[in-house]
Design a protein around this ligand. Structure first.
Ligand code: SF4
Length: 460
């Protein structure tokens, strides 16, 4: 029995699990109120990312492009940033925050985005937009390093760093959710509200589950305000739920403003949600109320109905964002399932205590592949006889599941081939129920189509 941590032994990537760094920064930008990011690069760096986010959330929102063309790549394209900022401010009178997100091409040519921000602050903003509050924030996200995860992490840090200012203590806690769905934000706010904790949930996109109103406005936006960001320096603590998606910002606040920080756990499953509530209790002194004890009981009851009969010993492959992959693996182990293959691109796993715990604790053979791609999973299934009962991952792996007739539960970003997943939380006790029931129902459908003990469902 072993748990091996190893990098994919092949250069190049076939069928990526992630997209590039600017995508993460764009996801962060949509969580801020009165904000439209400008992506400094070719139009595709926005168009395809925006399409992906839009497919995932089934909503419309705004991100701009500096629309760099061939001449810009040869001679430099900072004039495009100047024009983009001007056009954006003219076109959108409400916009106050403009992250300027670099891409591979503009980082390679060495465009001095910090310099052009200084120039715009001293020139255009003073002359043409005097009296208007505008914040231009350079975010350096070259796509030849990292992935959308590190892009998210960098953008959260740089935006917090830009705004955070020491003032009076506000008695609140900062909550950095990491890459979350609207349903996850609602579930987290519910836990905080049940514990009567005053918290600032940062970069949250709860309102991307938008109503269709009589006014006809269908453009979604995030809810984190400039005041929220400024006040992050005055919180009593920071709770950072995902180590790799906001950890840098939490560390910055701790080092610069001495705000105590707790990192993790990613609250997927009963165990991790328990730890989250315990951490909140430790940070705030607020007790865990009976209402949450009851919710926990309902979740335990739902899981008990499924675990021994259907989920135990099922072999699962999990891919996606590192923190959610680890959270899902921990949850599967608690359900007596067997995660056999974990894949993502995280080189930081070597020092991750959760990976150490997995390596020390599993009683079956398991592989954790860093810098993985979907080809890696496919190869193991088709060439190495990897037997799987279930796949956990986002929609990009759907053909591996379909071609190999393996039931699949969609989790993570992007999920565009199932209805309403962004609305259902994977975190908290509600998320534990949702995930376990999704797994069970996927296995039930598989049993029926393959005529594999489907009669069991008559007598369950
Ligand atoms: S930043 Fe580079 S890798 Fe990412 S979309 Fe733009 S061109 Fe492609």
């Amino acid at each position: 029995m072993s748990c091996e941590l190893k990098a994919k032994d092949r250069t190049g990537v076939i069928n990526l699990i992630f997209t590039c760094q600017p995508a993460g920064a764009q996801y962060v930008s949509i969580g801020i109120k009165d904000c439209i990011g400008i992506v400094h690069g070719g139009q595709g760096c926005v168009m395809f990312v925006r399409l992906l986010i839009s497919q995932h959330l089934k909503e419309s929102f705004e991100i701009a492009s500096s629309s760099v063309h061939e001449d810009g790549v040869v001679f430099g394209a900072l004039d495009r940033v100047e024009q983009a900022v001007d056009v954006l401010l003219m076109r959108y009178p409400h916009v106050k925050v403009i992250p300027i997100i670099t891409t591979c091409s503009t980082e390679v040519i060495g465009d001095d985005v910090d310099g052009v921000v200084r120039k715009l602050n001293d020139g255009l903003l003073k002359e043409k937009y005097a009296g208007r509050e505008v914040h231009l924030i350079p975010i350096h996200t070259p796509s030849f390093v990292g992935s959308m995860i590190s892009g998210y992490d960098l953008a959260v840090r740089d935006i917090v760093k830009y705004f955070a200012r020491k003032g009076e203590s506000n008695g609140k806690i900062n909550v950095i959710t990491g890459w979350a769905n609207p349903g996850d934000v609602t579930a987290l706010k519910h836990l905080l509200s049940e514990m009567e904790i005053d918290a600032t949930v940062l970069f949250e996109i709860e309102d991307f589950d938008s109503p269709f109103m009589p006014s006809g406005n269908t453009v979604s936006h995030g809810n984190t305000t400039i005041a929220d960001l400024t006040d992050t320096a005055n919180a009593s603590a920071t709770l950072e739920l995902n180590r790799y998606e906001g950890g840098k910002a939490a560390n910055y606040l701790e080092e610069t403003f001495q705000i105590p920080t707790l990192i993790g756990p990613t609250p997927i499953g009963i165990r991790n949600t328990d730890t989250l509530l315990h951490n909140l209790k430790t940070l705030t002194g607020k007790p865990i109320p009976p209402s949450l004890v009851r919710e926990r009981g309902i979740a335990l009851d739902a899981l008990t109905d499924l675990v021994h009969m259907f989920l135990a010993d099922k072999r699962v492959a999990i891919y996606g964002n590192p923190d959610s992959v680890i959270g899902l693996a921990e949850f599967c182990l608690d359900l007596e399932m067997k995660p056999v293959l974990l894949g993502d691109d995280n080189a930081g796993y070597v020092n991750d205590p959760r990976i150490h715990a997995l390596r020390d604790g599993v009683s079956h053979d398991m592989e954790i592949i860093t810098n993985a791609d979907l080809w890696e999973m496919e190869q193991r299934i088709t060439q190495n006889d990897l037997r799987l009962d279930l796949i956990f991952g986002h929609s990009k792996g759907r053909f591996t599941a379909i071609d190999n007739q393996i039931p699949m539960v969609r989790v993570g970003f992007p999920t565009y081939d199932r209805a309403g997943h962004y609305r259902h939380p994977v975190v908290g006790y509600a998320g534990a129920i949702w995930l376990a029931e999704q797994m069970a129902n996927s296995l039930f459908i598989d049993m029926e189509y393959k005529k594999n003990k489907e009669w069991l469902l008559n007598v369950w």
